[in-house]
Design a protein around this ligand. Sequence first.
Ligand code: FE2
Length: 202
Amino acid sequence: MSRPLTILMDEHRIIEQALGSLETCAIEVDGGLAIERAVVRDYADFLKGFADAWHHGKEEDILFRRMVERGFSAESGPVAVMLHEHRQGRELVGRIAAVGAGEGPVAPEERASFLAASRGFVPLLRQHIQKEDNILYPMSARVLTPEEFEKMLADFEAFERAAGAVGTRDRLSAVAEKLVAAFRPDEARMAAGAAGGCWSRG
Ligand SMILES: [Fe+2]
């Protein structure tokens, strides 16, 4: 497996932990736990900053773009589906971020919005990651040359420098670790979700 794909897959593992944490959090909130706004803000911070800007950014601006240059359609087919799912995810994370950005105690309708968006987002991104790991990335490895992956690695480094300067990855990984410690991912639920299971209440 080429280095750029390994980097992206390592990021998937961090994102999956955060998704597992969000799932546990939402289940507890659904069960009656009062959600703190700061916690919602942390989930939004990680999902926007790491899952989207840092990770999807590299996919969209570098890997997918290179695949499109090599003949994959951006309008239909696997790359197009991945781009579409990134947009769907962005919309759902936007709703979580909107709750995080509010003030004072979380109102009932905000709680409902957080739960609905989380219920949509966790399975969406989990399945999306499976598709990339098992279908899209191996596909890219078949069509792109080692030289192209070599160039991609340099592009990744330039992207990361521009995206966050120093410390972005570490800061956001620490946010994920804090969330994972507060709301422990449930391994069984994560495995069932990755295998295509749907959201269950516990
Ligand atoms: Fe990805």
